[in-house]
Write a protein that binds this ligand. Structure first.
Ligand code: PAN
Ligand code: ZN
Length: 184
């Protein structure tokens, strides 16, 4: 027996290496021009050629409503703006709420920060899961030479607050170093 007032289950195929999602409902594409304020080295921003794609995200067709779990894959290209690795804009959730992250391929880290300035950085190699608690802003960074791909699952009513990060930034940056990367 089926009930017509229940949403139907949704199955999608996630490509564990390149991050493709089939089917997907939404694609986010962010180029350098969409996030120039995020990078410290404004001369390197100005010198960058062809407005590169920094990352894309695929989102499943799940309603943005309370009690729903929306999920996205994100693919951050390898690259740097000056010494700073390609990364996401980063955000707080409008409704403080947790998020589940899972590394799928490539080499990356997640930077998390509370509104009072406490910072944590976790590596996200393939198969490593990170629970981002409510109240922690988060940004992902590709510190490797291949695309960095990960899954994120968040509550449908979380909402994304980019403005506070655009204004205040994160307290740390992830820069290239002889050892690979350093957090400064
Ligand atoms: C992720 C991010 C995704 C893109 O799915 O939305 O990686 O990063 P920005 O949203 O910061 O541009 C997530 O944290 N969702 O809540
Ligand atoms: Zn989030």
């Amino acid at each position: 027996m089926t009930s017509t007032d229940l949403q139907l289950p949704l199955a999608t195929s996630l490509h564990m290496v390149n991050g493709d999602m089939d089917p997907h409902a939404l694609v986010v594409e962010r180029r350098l021009s969409h996030m120039t304020e995020a990078y410290a080295d404004s001369a390197a921003v100005a010198a960058a050629a062809d407005d590169p794609v920094i990352y894309r995200a695929f989102e499943a067709d799940v309603p943005h409503e309370a009690s729903q779990l929306v999920y996205r894959t994100t693919i951050i290209e390898p690259g740097r703006v000056g010494a700073e690795f390609y990364m996401t804009k980063g955000h707080h959730h409008v409704v403080d709420s947790a998020e589940f992250y899972l590394g799928m391929s490539g080499t990356g880290v997640i930077v998390m920060q509370t509104r009072t300035g406490e910072v944590r950085v976790e590596e996200m190699p393939p198969g490593r899961a990170v629970h981002v608690p409510p109240g922690w802003a988060h940004r992902s960074v590709n510190v490797g030479a291949e695309p960095f791909v990960f899954l994120a699952v968040f509550f449908g009513n979380a909402g994304h607050d980019y403005a506070s990060i655009e204004r205040d930034g994160f307290a740390v940056r992830v820069l290239a170093s002889p050892e690979g990367y350093r957090v400064v």
